[in-house]
Design a protein around this ligand. Structure first.
Ligand code: I3P
Length: 104
């Protein structure tokens, strides 16, 4: 699974509030249980990641229906306590991400 995702980190590992809280645009690719972040599709073809990968093993991913500032947002809670909000371009892509990530 791959596609455009906007990302905001809410919590750092351990559950502490993240200090860098702005939304950033990425081209995201799920390789097995690793969610990797590229600048855009070209960055992916050049295998140049622009943020550390996120391990979604035992993560919980669900639609963030309580977050109303953007559409199609999902909440990803990692096993290590980190938490991200991810905005997909459409309802169907959002649901695809939820089901793919929850496989792990
Ligand atoms: C953050 C940015 C985010 C905002 C966040 C701000 O500021 O405006 O968009 O989250 O609010 O801290 P900066 O760009 O200066 O880092 P929302 O879009 O969800 O409001 P928050 O700290 O209340 O999460």
């Amino acid at each position: 699974m791959e596609g455009l995702l906007e990302r905001k980190q809410e919590l750092q590992s351990g559950g502490k509030k993240a200090t860098i809280r702005s939304w950033k645009n990425y081209y995201a690719v799920l390789f097995g249980q690793l969610l990797c972040f590229f600048q855009d599709k070209k960055g992916y073809s050049e295998k140049f990641a622009v943020a550390p990968p996120v391990n979604v093993h035992q993560a919980r991913c669900e639609v963030a229906s309580d977050y109303t500032k953007k559409k199609f947002v999902l909440r990803l809670r990692l096993h290590d306590g980190a938490e991200f909000l991810l905005e997909a371009p459409s309802q169907s892509e959002m649901q695809d991400w939820v089901s793919h990530i929850n496989r792990y």
